[in-house]
Design a protein around this ligand. Structure first.
Ligand code: ADP
Length: 222
């Protein structure tokens, strides 16, 4: 089985960008590399259900208990098991843009204290024990302050400055901060995690510089 390298971070932290760059750099060393991205919105039945969930088909996002939401994301991976296993068997390295830690961080962010800890344990059990998904060899956390992540999101999406958008963005900032906090908590408690600082001296580091750090960490894992 190939090592499973997972790229994590809040929205706009650069996961997609770095997962692609890492795949290219590893491929250039002659390794067979497979890049996967979760959720698999279009490929799986549960991926479609996640799209429906995000569009409010099951109620407002805060009306759906995070445990129920977490099952959809875990089931999307379970449904993808053959793709994942095939990639792990036929490649030298598998890179994932989001994996189990996204479920932990995004659902965990909706609860606090003991309730959060219990949910994190339950999600881990669902994903790794009940669904028997492979555990990552390395999780790279792209750690970005929320303001910078939001600037990145704005740069990649068409802008719309309606009153409603401003309100949503503010609400998002609070949520993104909570997600970032759970990620940091997870990174601090697991030796398989490496935190990569995307900002130095108040400035976002370049894509190439961050990529160098990630590449170095991945090479030392392989
Ligand atoms: P994510 O997958 O985490 O949502 P993306 O990789 O899609 O993030 O990046 C969001 C946007 O930010 C993209 O337009 C990307 O080009 C840009 N970006 C990512 N990393 C950096 C960086 N270090 N410096 C400047 N822009 C970046």
């Amino acid at each position: 089985m190939a090592p499973l390298i997972v790229i994590e971070g809040i929205d706009g932290s650069g996961k997609g960008t770095q997962a692609h760059q890492l795949t290219e750099r590893l491929t250039a060393t002659g390794r067979r590399v497979r890049l996967l991205s979760f959720p698999r919105y279009r490929e799986t039945l549960f991926g479609h259900a996640i799209g429906d969930f995000l569009n409010g088909r099951f109620g407002q996002l805060n009306e759906v208990h995070p445990l129920l939401a977490s099952v959809l994301y875990a089931a999307d991976r379970f449904e993808s098991m053959s793709v994942l296993t095939d990639a792990l068997q036929k490649s030298d390295v598998v890179v994932c843009d989001r994996y189990v830690p996204s479920n932990l961080a995004h659902q965990g962010a909706k609860l606090d204290g003991a309730e959060r800890s219990k949910l994190l344990q339950t999600i881990e059990r669902i994903e790794f024990e009940v669904f028997a998904l492979p555990r990552p060899s390395l999780v790279v956390l792209l750690d970005v302050p929320v303001e910078i992540a939001q600037r990145n999101i704005a740069a990649k999406q068409p802008r719309s400055y309606t009153e409603k958008t401003a309100d949503l963005q503010e609400a998002d900032a609070e949520y993104l901060q909570r997600v970032r906090d759970v990620y940091l908590q997870l990174a601090a408690n697991d030796p398989n995690w490496q935190r990569v600082e995307s900002v130095r001296a108040g400035q976002q580091r370049s894509i190439a510089e961050i990529g160098d750090d990630i590449f170095g960490q991945v090479l030392s894992t392989l």
